[in-house]
Design a protein around this ligand. Sequence first.
Ligand SMILES: [Zn+2]
Length: 323
Amino acid sequence: MKQVSDNCFAVLIEKNRVCDANSGLINLAGGVVIDTQSDLPHARQMIELFSKVWPAMPRRVINTHEDADHVWGNQLFEGAEIIAHRSVPERMKQVAEPKEGQKMLQGVGHLLTRLVLKALHPGIVAAGQQLLEDYNFDGIELVLPTTLFDARYELDLDGTEVHLIYVGACHQVGDTIVHVPKERVVFAGDVLFRQCTPMGWTGTYEKWFQCLDLIIELDPEVIVPGHGPLCGIEGAMEMKAYLEYVRDESKQCFDNGLPSLEAAKRIEFGPYGEWRAPARLYMNVERAYREFRNEPPDEPWDTAETFDAIYQVARAKGIEVEY
Ligand SMILES: [Zn+2]
């Protein structure tokens, strides 16, 4: 846990691989927790860390978007008001249904199933084994947000304003950033990945650029990213440079008729090879391709296919796969 301003705190998951999502706390007016971790043990640990500074369980929770790794601890905040963008409850039912994740980890944990799975989907097995090192999805139940907003929602916490600004769809449909102007803090959710390769699911590059520009304009002193260590606006600038680089490189490959997987194998990681999970590049290439093909940004992803493609990119680059 780190204190980032007078009343803002962050719990940062340092491994910075998939599911290692950060949480925030604004310790005013009964407390506001931002994002609730990927499983119950991590959520409990987050609660324990934050409870060193809060007087009682917080009255409010904000979910920055619908992804599992930001909402699967919601059930531990009994009686709290859960706030999110209007799209989030329906989207959670589509993309954060716990049974899928539970089944995947059970399959990977079971030797025979794992062997069969490995022949079909080496990416699912590799991702599942990585997740089993840290996560246990048992007992998770979806608890949906109940206070919903459209473009903007403001809280007044003992005289400190908190602005929830809807910025989606750039990484996911419900993308929301939380700005505390008085303390110059932005909780960015997964609009910002720091020192790890972004995974964008639903949305457009244009929206993502606009959102990163907005964060830079807000001029925060500290940004708490959805994944990765704390940063200032240089974090938003680097993410933007990464996305611009990938989109430009993808365009060249697209114009040369290469399929997206081949493009991802061929595009150099460059300085971003230092980030965690560089082979997740595939997803950013595929997203660019969807745009070049004028496909709708909410085209669903086949998880097995996506994890396999990331696996293949890592192999082609001669690196250990990481998700
Ligand atoms: Zn996330």
